[in-house]
Write a protein that binds this ligand. Structure first.
Ligand code: ATP
Ligand code: MG
Length: 411
């Protein structure tokens, strides 16, 4: 991609109405634009990151046999009345149509999904299975000051599983826990599996919490084992599992998993018949991941004072190629651009002619692609191209072939 053609603009100034670091950097680097508090537009760079995050989440849900669906965001009021959440869910956005009908904008999808599934669950033979979607959610959040960490319109992956027995749910819950660990590891994040309140079936639910200074939650994690607990349910100095020292940190809840038991199959009378023909309510689990919150969390966890440092797996482009002037340098840079792309490497090529060297370097640090290659008079005199990783401070000059070898062989 030619940077001169990219629909974006960097800025040296932090937006005045943003206090959250993730939003400041993402806006300055041209990934998103704030539309209003808690609502963001994704520009091409931001959209690529969000897609990369959501694709990793999708792959891991498919790996635990999740089947992808897509439910409406506009929900009938009756479903929300049935569960008592028309009045019970504080952050529910309610809409009145010009014909005076009322609707909810989906903040989560149990109310939409459970009635939908009645048609496909009759016998124990239909169970277990799970479905998931990746979708825009709406919540009338009281405070939306944390950038992508807390949106009023945001993206979420929500998965729901259906079981004939609590043993079957327990087993699947374990598998999803493992899949979630894979997701966060692939995204370059350390996420603690954290006990929290809110379980309806078991005593606790589990959250996945990523330690960041600006997180909205406080957790205690054990220095000796992998146990962690949300401060809302414990003030833990000593780990109850191994006796290790409890460490306190701010954290961002990037996902959570619940055993719902029959909380939603009761109001919608979602049942199955067992082998002897007896009817039972279906047992359910639900599993959320905040995909747009993840984009913000990755920025909070991976940046420095100059800009973002994208992990390879979600970077909008792998390489930032900078031509530091025209003429022969531009010709060399054009050739390198073609060679890299022929190897299947995604490249953002800063070929802008009216931008100073200093500006190009600053933009490159701000945008934060994992690999940077500079073609300049100096690099050519030194026998090649200057190569530097965004996450490292030192650069090396490499001849073309050696440089290309870093990115794998020509296919
Ligand atoms: P929180 O405690 O942060 O308000 P929650 O417990 O209400 O979140 P769920 O309803 O279980 O969250 O949603 C699943 C996931 O969606 C959360 O773990 C979080 O990552 C994400 N999420 C929830 N609310 C928001 C929001 N307003 N903006 C962005 N992501 C959100
Ligand atoms: Mg929560």
């Amino acid at each position: 991609m030619f940077q001169s053609r990219l629909c974006t603009r960097t800025s040296r100034e932090s937006p005045k109405d943003e206090v959250a670091m993730n939003a400041q950097l993402l806006e300055r680097a041209g990934f998103v634009q704030k539309a209003m508090a808690g609502v963001y537009s994704y520009l091409p760079l931001g959209r690529k990151v969000l897609d990369a995050v959501e694709n990793i989440v999708r792959e891991e849900m498919v790996a635990v046999n999740g089947q992808e669906i897509f439910l409406p965001a506009l929900h009938p009021k009756e479903h929300w009345l049935a569960t008592g959440r028309w009045d019970g869910f504080d952050a529910l956005f309610k809409i009145t149509s010009r014909h005076d009908f009322e609707y909810a904008l989906g903040p989560t999808h149990e109310e939409m999904l459970v009635p939908t599934m009645k048609k496909y669950i009759q016998s124990y033979k239909d169970l277990p299975f799970s479905v998931f979607q990746i979708q825009t959610k709406f919540r009338d959040e009281a405070r939306a000051k944390s950038g992508l960490l807390r949106g009023r319109e945001f993206r979420m992956k929500d998965m729901y599983s259906f079981h004939a027995s609590s043993e079957s749910l327990d087993e699947y819950y374990e598998r999803v826990t493992y899949a979630y660990k894979n997701v966060f590891r692939r995204l370059g994040l350390t996420a603690y599996l954290t006990e929290a309140s809110g379980g309806t079936f078991s005593k606790y639910s589990h959250e996945f919490q990523v330690p960041i200074e600006t997180g909205e939650d406080t957790i205690f994690y054990c220095s000796g084992c992998d146990y962690a607990v949300n401060s809302e349910i414990s003030e833990q100095g000593i780990c109850t599992k191994c006796g290790g020292k409890g460490m306190e940190t701010k954290a961002s809840e990037v996902g959570n998993i619940f055993k719902l038991n029959t909380k939603y199959s009761d109001p919608f009378d979602l049942t199955f018949t067992d082998e002897s023909g007896e009817k039972h309510r279906v047992i359910m689990g639900c599993y959320g991941i905040g995909t747009s919150r993840l984009v913000g969390t990755i920025v909070e966890a991976h940046h420095d004072s100059d800009g973002i440092k994208w992990p390879e797996a979600v970077a909008p482009y792998a390489v930032h190629l900078l031509a530091l002037s025209g003429g022969e340098i531009r010709t060399k840079a054009d050739a390198l651009y073609s060679e890299l792309r022929a190897r299947g490497i995604s490249v953002l090529f800063d070929e802008r002619e009216d931008v100073s060297i200093g500006e190009k370097l600053k933009d490159s640090d701000l945008i934060g692609l994992p690999h940077r290659i500079i073609v300049s008079e100096k690099s050519l005199v030194n026998g090649g191209y200057e190569y530097k990783k965004r996450a490292e401070s030192t650069s090396v000059v490499l001849p073309q072939q050696e440089l290309l070898n870093l990115f794998g062989q020509h296919s």
